[in-house]
Design a protein around this ligand. Structure first.
Ligand code: PGA
Length: 249
């Protein structure tokens, strides 16, 4: 049995004061939610406040990106070592916005995932096809390329510690959620593909989240699919009530 994981990705939203206000409202709403793991990924400047607020609660905190290496002359970047030092627990890797706007590639995924694990962070590795790729029937080819290039090079011990997020780019921030069937089919493909590299047991154990316009009113249908192990939620994670409803699906 895979325990569901519901993760909020705040992207470039909220100040530290707004982060504080969010947690004050959110924590009581989910205090008795034991059926799933809950993670919130705020922007870097909000992490210390979020980590302090989440202390002793059932909410874990993640970053939205990291750079490989412990420290160095890399202006503007943040290392896994720094995230570990502030007791951050998760990190999102290669979100489609990172791939699209900052040119992150499969070798980056490997380096960042390895760096996250080296510093004790749990990586949430994002993959997913763009609209034109789906429309031209290339969804599985794209997922296969992303898995083969970004995930397959990991050692089996590393693979056992990651979470995968399937986020079709056409569904992110567009209000166009994938139907439960579309998402479950993609998850099934991803699971079979990782099974061919890491074996059936490892593939059965890995959690695959769906992301892309997950909202309180569509989360149940998605979570009813056996293949869907949780959600990576952008817009609907910014409001405490709305994310609490998603968490409680
Ligand atoms: P969305 O974002 O829920 O706002 O579509 C999801 C994501 O980008 O992780």
């Amino acid at each position: 049995m895979r325990k569901p994981l519901m993760a909020g990705n705040w992207k470039m939203y909220k100040t530290p004061a707004e982060t504080h206000a969010f947690f004050e409202a959110f924590k009581p709403l989910v205090a008795d939610a034991a059926h799933c793991d809950i993670v919130i990924c705020p922007p870097f400047p909000d992490l210390p406040v979020a980590i302090k607020e989440a202390e002793g609660s059932n909410v874990a905190i993640g970053a939205q990106n990291l750079y490989w290496g412990r420290e160095g002359a890399v202006t503007g970047e943040v290392s896994g070592h720094m995230l570990q030092a502030i007791r951050c627990e998760y990190v999102i890797i290669a979100h489609s916005e990172r791939r699209q706007y900052f040119g992150e590639t499969e070798p980056d995924v490997v380096r960042k995932t390895q760096a996250a694990l080296e510093f004790g962070l749990r990586p949430i590795v994002c993959i997913g096809e763009r609209l034109e790729e789906r429309e031209s029937g290339r969804t599985e080819d794209v997922l296969a390329e992303q898995i083969d290039g970004g995930i397959a090079p990991l050692e089996p011990e590393a693979f056992a510690k990651i979470v995968i997020a399937y986020e079709p780019v056409w569904a992110i921030g567009t209000g166009k959620t994938a139907t439960p069937k579309i998402a479950a089919d993609a998850h099934g493909f991803i699971r079979r593909r990782v099974a061919s590299r890491f074996g059936d047991d490892a593939a059965k154990a890995v959690r695959i989240l769906y992301g892309g316009s997950v909202k309180p009113d569509n989360v149940k249908g998605l979570m009813d699919e056996e293949e869907i192990d949780g959600a990576l939620v952008g817009g609907a994670s910014l409001d405490p009530q709305s994310f609490a409803s998603v968490v409680k699906f």
